[in-house]
Write a protein that binds this ligand. Structure first.
Ligand SMILES: Nc1nc2c(ncn2[C@@H]2O[C@H](COP(=O)(O)OP(=O)(O)OP(=O)(O)O)[C@@H](O)[C@H]2O)c(=O)[nH]1
Ligand SMILES: [Mg+2]
Length: 416
């Protein structure tokens, strides 16, 4: 069997072609309309395809009867609308345009993709930046809190020290002065030990080095002991005279102008006898001049004065008159104060004696008090140098030069 497909503009033409080639006995097995696809549909017409079949034998028998339809077929094919060369060109152009457009679209797709990627990256960067800023802000907040905590801690330490100094009876204004002076040199994360060390150092510096009796002059040195009644002037003189005579081999003499009480003269006479040093009793400035001549061979003359009320200006003037018999360069004055006297009285006493002369400070009876704040207060208030402290009735043992470190330690609550 011969099976063959024939294509023509119409089904009739296709059958005609099939019959022409295969004979009249041809059987049409299938007819199919062919629709042009793609862009060719604009230029090509619909055609018909038939599938024709014929038995070989029948066809052979009829072979010589079969006319040559090749020319017909050719004519039919030629009758098909020839592809218009302009249209073909147009089609080619359009297809080219389409391809170009596709490339552009592809490019556009690519650039759209790129743009999308860029937006995406930008968004991610913005998110990252937000995150970083958040983290940075949190860190800053934490640092700020930490700083405030540290500053609070520092203030807490300073408050602790403030309280301790106030407990030691250091005047509040001097406490603030110390704190102010050290605060600038403290770092925020300072420790309590560091603050304590700073305050300690500051107090030691403020107390200064003790002003002691200086015997390096060729002339006889006159040391006057002045101060309120019963603070320990006579006892202190006995302690110093003993120390100077026994350990420093100094030629010591004693004078007393305290003639108001017989017991006072007797008290010093007893010490003079024990120590084996001369004692002159004077009743007036003139007698002082005379005693001065008699004692010109001595290195050191310790002068006891009567305890006076700082409110009695007449009595204070008497002391001034005796003092002035000795030239300033040959004399030194020590104001003797008891560490047990309350601060307000000490202020008045020290102020009233300031009107008579310049003086150095001796504090007695440290054994009778736990607080040494007043020593510091009066020293700062008057600006007078601190010299000796005494801490008991024993002559000559209970006396020593002022110990700045020991006082600073005590003020800060340490054991003395
Ligand atoms: N606890 C103690 N008592 C002392 C100290 N110094 C002196 N005294 C005692 O205080 C009392 C008075 O001492 P004086 O030396 O007489 O005092 P004063 O200043 O000379 O007294 P007037 O001459 O009356 O002004 C005495 O009983 C001394 O023993 C001291 O450091 N500690
Ligand atoms: Mg006395």
């Amino acid at each position: 069997m011969i099976v063959k497909k024939f294509l023509a503009s119409t089904e009739e033409e296709a059958v005609l072609l099939a019959k022409a080639e295969l004979g009249d006995n041809v059987t049409i097995m299938n007819t199919k309309k062919i629709e042009p696809h793609g862009f060719s549909r604009f230029f090509k017409k619909t055609s018909v395809e038939i599938t024709a079949a014929v038995d070989d034998n029948i066809r052979e028998e009829k072979k010589e009867d079969i006319p040559d339809f090749s020319k017909l077929q050719q004519a039919i094919q030629q009758s098909q609308p020839a592809p218009d060369s302009k249209a073909a060109k147009k089609e080619a152009d359009i297809e080219q345009l389409i391809r170009a457009k596709q490339v552009i679209l592809d490019d556009e797709d690519e650039s759209v993709q790129k743009e999308n990627d860029r937006v995406d990256i930008e968004q991610r960067l913005t998110n990252l930046q937000d995150l970083l800023e958040k983290q940075l802000n949190t860190k800053r907040e934490e640092e700020k809190e930490e700083k405030e905590k540290v500053v609070d801690q520092k203030q807490a330490y300073l408050d602790l020290i403030r309280k301790q100094l106030i407990d030691s009876e250091v005047e509040a204004c001097y406490v603030e002065q110390i704190i102010e002076e050290i605060e600038g040199s403290l770092t925020n994360n300072t420790t309590l030990d560091n603050i304590l060390a700073n305050v300690y150092q500051k107090i030691v510096l403020k107390i200064g080095t003790p002003h002691l009796i200086d015997l390096r002059t060729k002339r006889t040195k006159y040391i006057f002991f002045i101060g309120p009644t019963g603070v320990g002037k006579t006892t202190t003189i006995a302690k110093i005279a003993s120390t100077m005579k026994l350990s420093k081999k100094t030629k010591v003499a004693l004078i007393t102008s305290d003639t108001y009480r017989i017991a006072a003269v007797e008290q010093l006479k007893t010490y003079a006898n024990i120590l084996g040093v001369p004692l002159k009793v004077i009743y007036s400035p003139e007698e002082m001049e005379k005693a001065k001549e008699e004692l010109s061979d001595f290195d050191l003359v310790l002068v006891d004065t009567a305890g006076r009320s700082h409110n009695n200006h007449e009595q204070q003037e008497d002391i001034g008159n005796i003092l002035r018999t000795i030239p300033e360069g040959e004399r030194e004055v020590f104001l003797v104060l008891s560490a047990t006297t309350k601060y307000r009285d000490l202020v008045n006493i020290s102020k009233s004696y300031s009107e008579i002369c310049k003086y150095n400070l001796i504090f007695t009876k440290l054994d009778e008090t736990d607080t040494v704040g007043n020593i510091f207060n009066i020293h700062i208030l008057t600006g007078a140098p601190l010299s000796y402290t005494t801490w008991g009735q024993n002559v000559p043992d209970d006396i020593g030069k002022i110990d700045a470190q020991k006082i600073a330690k005590q003020l800060l609550g340490g054991n003395s």
